[in-house]
Write a protein that binds this ligand. Structure first.
Ligand SMILES: CC(C)(COP(=O)(O)OP(=O)(O)OC[C@H]1O[C@@H](n2cnc3c(N)ncnc32)[C@H](O)[C@@H]1OP(=O)(O)O)[C@@H](O)C(=O)NCCC(=O)NCCS
Length: 171
């Protein structure tokens, strides 16, 4: 259903954790992603976290955890997109796309150079993510859902992608 939205996208606030949990639990049909976000936030692992607010209610959420790319020579920074969730009542109204585009623009402005996502290529390719761009990186997630997007001309070109510890508990 197409809704008439009064949409604002902005960084999450500390008092919004419970409302974000509610949206993620509903979007994913279970607590795993909401628990992941709480753990990442508590550990200081989030580079950026945005909410989409419609008529004073949180309708969508996107988190961008810090990743490390390890090579025998050095360790460099990257970012993950995970998780992204939109309240079921608000899906298919452009909110997931708006959150993704806003986050990528902010990360680029901040000087981030490389972003990974694990998800449906049909959805994420529209933002510039590609399976090809992720192929040179080693990860437990590598495969048909593991994509990358370069935000700069000089991203880390290969290496082992290390997700923060809270991802270890995600099945
Ligand atoms: C996936 C999700 C974040 C998309 O957000 P959304 O606000 O509903 O998406 P948008 O309205 O911005 O959709 C943009 C496009 O993606 C398509 N799309 C939406 N969800 C999709 C999905 N799961 N797979 C493939 N395409 C999808 C839409 O049809 C739309 O296509 P169009 O522009 O050609 O019409 C949302 O549906 C959601 O929260 N789903 C449950 C949780 C989830 O699966 N999160 C993603 C984990 S990787």
């Amino acid at each position: 259903m197409t809704l008439s939205l009064q949409l604002t996208i902005r960084p999450e606030r500390p008092d919004e954790a419970a409302a974000i949990r509610t949206v993620l639990d509903a979007a994913f049909g279970g607590p795993a992603e909401g628990e992941l976000v709480d753990s990442l936030r508590a550990a200081g692992d989030l580079v950026l976290a945005l909410v989409a607010v419609d008529n004073d209610a949180i309708a969508g959420y996107i988190a961008w955890p810090r990743l490390l790319i390890e090579t025998p020579r050095d360790v460099r920074n990257a970012v993950a997109l995970a998780p992204l969730g939109v309240a079921p009542s608000h899906q298919r109204n452009g909110i997931g796309s708006a959150l993704t585009r806003a986050g990528l623009a902010q990360l680029k402005e901040n000087g981030e150079r490389l972003v990974f996502v694990v998800g449906d290529p049909l959805f994420y390719q529209r933002f510039g993510f590609s399976l090809e761009a992720a192929r040179a990186y080693v990860s437990d997630y590598a495969g048909e859902y593991f994509m990358a997007l370069r935000l700069a001309d000089d991203p880390p070109e290969q290496g082992l992608v290390r997700y923060p510890t809270p991802f270890d508990g995600l099945s």
